[in-house]
Design a protein around this ligand. Sequence first.
Ligand SMILES: Cc1cc2nc3c(=O)[nH]c(=O)nc-3n(C[C@H](O)[C@H](O)[C@H](O)COP(=O)(O)OP(=O)(O)OC[C@H]3O[C@@H](n4cnc5c(N)ncnc54)[C@H](O)[C@@H]3O)c2cc1C
Length: 424
Amino acid sequence: MSATDLVAEAAGETAPEPAETPFSLELSQDQKDIRDWVHGFAEGVVRPAAEEWDEREETPWPVIQEAAKIGLYSFESLAQFFVDPTGLQLPIVNEELFWGDAGIGMAIMGTTLAVAAIFGQGTNEQIGEWIPQCFGTEGDPAVAAFCASEPNAGSDVSGIRTTAKYDAAADEWVLNGQKAWATNGGIADVHVVIASVDRELGSRGHAAFVIPKATKGCEQGAKVRKHGLRASHTADVHLDDCRVPGSCLLGGKDRLDERLANVREGRQSKSQAAMQTFEASRPTVGAQAVGIARAAYEYALEYSKEREQFGRKIVENQAIAFTLADMKMEIDAARLLVWRASWMGKQQGMKFENAEGSMSKLKAGEVAVWATERAIQILGGNGYTREYPVERMHRDAKIYTIFEGTSEIQRLVIARAISGMKIT
Ligand SMILES: Cc1cc2nc3c(=O)[nH]c(=O)nc-3n(C[C@H](O)[C@H](O)[C@H](O)COP(=O)(O)OP(=O)(O)OC[C@H]3O[C@@H](n4cnc5c(N)ncnc54)[C@H](O)[C@@H]3O)c2cc1C
């Protein structure tokens, strides 16, 4: 393109050739339609139920049933969101749903972590068998759980003590251990459990197993009483001589044996089971945080245009207006990082160059905590009460600097990626 063309284009006299500008942030009509559909559900069904289920601290089954009835909570929908070639559909859906309410949003979307593990590590047969069971049916929906964390293995998944031993005579795996913090733990139809098959290999000796519904030896432990996200069930899961068929090892035994042999002989092997799942889900988790932040920002903006002190609307004070300007800018910046990571993930099979997935989750999580805190400030005393939703949004936002890799761990991942150094 010549300099004259550049100037003409800048002046809006010529339209750029589509072939020269393949990158666009303009959403397709399909993406807008799905966004609006989810927004309608978030506004009409999720929001009105948010306070009740936060107070009850229980899984909002009636809302999940509504989501299943309209087809939002289903394998087919998730697959449709997932195959979008731009990678943006899944974050867009998550942002809208969590804009409605994060606790209920997690009750609906918590299943997807187990689904991501099965999809990422299972064989085609396992994907076909187990993923539909994670959702149940339209009339009788189910949820799924992904169990990696343990009391002594949170940020450091290499500390996982749950073991899986192969009983060759019965072609069964026997699992023993205690899982902590599992979203949907104990109430799920399908549990995906990360266990060690060779403790000496640390995290490279991990494998993922499906525990089918009502398997003996897989029981819910203590239910966690939480600061936020209270409509989402979180609990320990106990595995006591829990036997599952050989076919429940995700990826199959041949692939596991080959991987373990590579590790033992010092050859490169693919990254460990839990890490693969977290890497793939980070931009989507970031989108959830963006949804919470946006909800708090919008609420605070409207409030500031209504509330009067000193004879004028509080938004007419620069202190308030500039805070709102910063909130809007930070939320948009977080969304752009989420969209970039989602797009890159799609283009490159969830492999990132500079930990862009981690960057998106880190930024979005920290923006959500900051923006919801600012929203409380803008509402003053009202913001601090349970009569106004920003208090709940602030409690909900905090988890986004903790789960799926804390902010410190994301910084570690980014620092290692950009420096190529062993940073501890
Ligand atoms: C509501 C909720 C839902 C959850 N859902 C699930 C789930 O579905 N499945 C699942 O497997 N897990 C789940 N988790 C667990 C979650 O992933 C862990 O809580 C998280 O990974 C942090 O682990 P930890 O709590 O043991 O903290 P720790 O690892 O003990 O960390 C404590 C602090 O030390 C810091 N720290 C640790 N190591 C380092 C380091 N090397 N450098 C700098 N700082 C460090 C951390 O950043 C953090 O600030 C959930 C947790 C919660 C609260």
